[in-house]
Design a protein around this ligand. Structure first.
Ligand code: FES
Length: 84
């Protein structure tokens, strides 16, 4: 019951600017790659600074996810043993 409640509540990363993790991820997905760019776009991290480490971690995580998404996971061409 408590878990169901928690899932529907947006997780606020920056209390000063009232920015949720979802909003932060959207800003990073939209091209913000540094804390300064995030601050400029949505004010997260521009107040007391308590959330800056969390913002940096989110940026790193989003970048890693983006890199994984672009990896070419197709199997390498297999050698043709029948031709040998
Ligand atoms: S909690 Fe983000 S700047 Fe204060």
């Amino acid at each position: 019951m408590i878990l169901k409640f928690a899932i529907n509540v947006p997780m606020i990363v920056c209390v000063c600017a009232n920015v949720s993790e979802r909003q932060l991820r959207a800003v990073v997905a939209d091209g913000a790659t540094t804390l300064r760019e995030v601050q400029r776009r949505c004010d997260a991290g521009a107040g007391c600074g308590a959330c800056r480490d969390a913002i940096r971690a989110c940026i790193r995580e989003c970048r890693a996810e983006a890199e994984i998404a672009t990896l070419d996971l197709t199997p390498a061409a297999t050698p043709d043993f029948a031709a040998a």
